[in-house]
Design a binder for this molecule. Structure first.
Ligand code: ZN
Length: 116
């Protein structure tokens, strides 16, 4: 499961943040995950909740996942739009496939709340 390795990476990053801040524990974590990343947010949450138990600093941390929609800009007419279509999106305005991805690939920690 891809989500487990992502969760492990997040945990590493969180431990580093906790150390830098001399935190006693991590209270909550906000992640930003784009739809394009292909991650299933429920699976990621599940994986994180399993992995965190191995780390006392993290064991009571609450994870919140902010799922970022796919947003494209049309190179032909300049319109921005969001879509659920990962494979073959087209511009709703002019039906062009000449698009630029603006957001939806995010896969990072947005915010961490710690107790010091
Ligand atoms: Zn267009």
């Amino acid at each position: 499961m891809h989500e487990v390795s992502i969760a492990l990476g997040i945990v590493d990053e969180l431990m580093r943040i906790a150390q830098q801040n001399n935190a006693k524990k991590i209270v909550n974590v906000k992640l930003k995950i784009g739809k394009m990343s292909g991650l299933v947010t429920d699976s990621l949450k599940f994986a994180f909740d399993a992995v965190k138990l191995e780390h006392p600093l993290l064991s009571s941390a609450e994870i919140l996942i902010n799922e970022v929609p796919l947003i494209y800009q049309c190179n032909d007419c300049g319109k921005n739009f969001d879509t659920e279509d990962i494979c073959f999106p087209s511009c709703p305005n002019c039906e062009s496939y000449n698009l630029k991805l603006i957001s939806g690939e995010e896969q990072h920690i947005e915010n961490v709340e710690v107790e010091i």
